[in-house]
Ligand binder design. Structure first.
Ligand SMILES: *Cc1c(COP(=O)(O)O)cnc(C)c1O
Length: 456
């Protein structure tokens, strides 16, 4: 078996996510498309294809992997679980692993998040949080509360509810007629701050629009939904924790829920276990997925408060219960992978030790920002983003058809690094088991790729 035989079989039967399938078919004779890379095996930060070529997984396989591929401790834990219980429905039944994980999540998430509702992917967790918030207000007799406030440039997943509260045109516009209306507020994205304005000052300044919107619409609004600190799919745009503090305070004041989507930023990506910790806030709902299982199995969780839980708790006949379900809710193998991942994070002091890796990434990219086609290099914890720009003085972006990021991607692949930029934003979001020389390689290859991509 070799690479091309797998790709040929694949293209006959498989339809890939987030892909124009024609790109893959054309690749052999085009410079402007993405190749399809067949992966045979993986270990640590490395992926390997069918011909022995290795790729450094600099983006943690869409941000899910935390502790390396085929991590021996997680592998063993899943095998042990498999011998005991693989899966059982969670309606009317329960099992030890689901209970232990819920206890663990309650103990590590911000204080006050005392209840855990499982789903099986990130988008579903968002759907759960939206429905729970809406339903809470219905149960409270506040039936006029039906809307959601969301930030510009936000991303919350691809199912219809999640897409409706997101704001990435590329994914959303086609489906606009199917989506509920939301109130979209200009965000705190610090890329747009004035020269010499600090992240903090800009985030405070931008909060004024949110405050005004809440003041105006609170009566009809169930919740504000945000990605704390980093809008990941929205080109890794970042903002200051002060925004979280101000927003939490305003949500309390105006009697509106706060939904924190920590699906991408949770489990240490921003330097703390959860991004909300940096604003010292407890949201009403916290959505978790991606890193939750260490990148092994699909699972998500919505953490919420006892107060919200109690609003649903009554006699069955009153129909106040939350009757939402997914077949694989609380899957035992996924729960075991999650529990083991969190145990490793705690026992090996991973989040604290990451500080050193974050510093190494910062040092490795320190001079990038001087390049005339790099608008800025920004970093929050274990996420570093490099934004390419056509004309730095005029702050003129490349037209979207000029896919400079794609050229970086292609170069990096040829050098054995998987980067997969977001448009013209190159970013590093590696597993936490990356080492110093691998960080150096990742940065060097990105630098070479950028030089090639901005030529012409
Ligand atoms: C990936 C992501 C989602 C959606 O999760 P899926 O498992 O892909 O459905 C939602 N919110 C954020 C912030 C994400 O990054």
């Amino acid at each position: 078996m070799n690479n091309s035989s797998i790709v040929m079989r694949d293209l006959k039967v498989l339809w890939h996510p987030c892909s124009q399938m024609k790109d893959y078919a054309l690749h052999s004779n085009s410079q402007d498309t993405l190749p399809l890379i067949p992966i045979k095996s993986a270990n640590g930060v490395w992926l390997e294809d069918f011909e022995g070529k290795r790729y450094l997984d600099a983006i943690s396989s869409w941000w899910v992997n935390l502790l390396g591929h085929t991590n021996p401790i997680i592998n063993q834990a899943i095998k042990d679980q498999l011998e005991t219980l693989e899966h059982v429905m969670l309606g009317g039944l329960t099992h030890e692993t689901a209970v232990s994980l819920a206890e663990k999540l309650v103990s590590i998430t911000p204080p006050g998040l005392d209840k855990c509702f499982y789903a099986d992917n990130g988008s579903s967790a968002i759907e759960v949080a939206l429905k729970m918030s809406f339903h809470y207000w219905q149960n409270q007799g506040q039936i006029q509360k039906t809307k959601f406030i969301t930030l510009e440039n936000s991303y919350h997943g691809e199912t219809l509810g999640a897409l409706a509260v997101g704001d990435v045109a590329l994914y959303k516009n086609t489906y606009a007629p199917l989506l509920m209306e939301t109130i979209t507020v200009p965000g705190p994205d610090c890329y747009f701050r004035q020269e010499n304005e600090s992240w903090e000052d800009y985030s405070i300044r931008r909060f004024a629009v949110m405050e005004k919107t809440l003041e105006q619409h609170a009566d009809s609004v169930c919740a504000v939904i945000i990605e704390p600190l980093v809008q990941c799919a929205g080109n890794m745009r970042m903002y200051h924790p002060v925004y979280l503090k101000l927003l939490k305070k305003a949500c309390l004041h105006y009697n509106v829920h706060l939904i924190a989507d920590e699906i991408a930023v949770g489990f240490g990506r921003t330097g703390t276990l959860f991004a909300c910790e940096q604003g010292n806030i407890t949201p009403d709902f916290m959505c978790l997925s991606k890193g939750l299982t260490g990148g092994y199995l699909p699972l998500s969780a919505v953490m919420t408060t006892d107060g919200i839980y109690q609003a649903f708790y009554d006699d069955y006949q009153k129909l106040t219960g939350f009757l939402h379900s997914h077949s694989y809710t609380g899957n035992a193998l996924a729960c075991r992978a999650a529990l083991t991942t969190i145990e490793i994070l705690q026992q090996q002091n991973v989040i604290t030790n990451n500080q050193q890796l974050a510093n190494l990434m910062s040092n490795a990219t320190a001079e990038f920002a001087l390049h005339p086609n790099i608008a800025e290099v920004r970093q929050t914890g274990m996420i570093v983003a490099i934004e390419l720009i056509k004309n730095k003085q005029k702050r003129e972006a490349y037209p979207w058809q000029q896919r400079r990021g794609l050229k970086v991607y292609q170069h990096a692949l040829s050098q054995g690094v998987l980067l997969r930029p977001l448009g013209n934003v190159i970013y590093f979001m590696p597993p936490y088991v990356i080492n110093e020389s691998e960080i150096a390689l990742m940065a060097e290859v990105a630098w070479q790729g950028i030089q090639l991509a901005v030529r012409e």
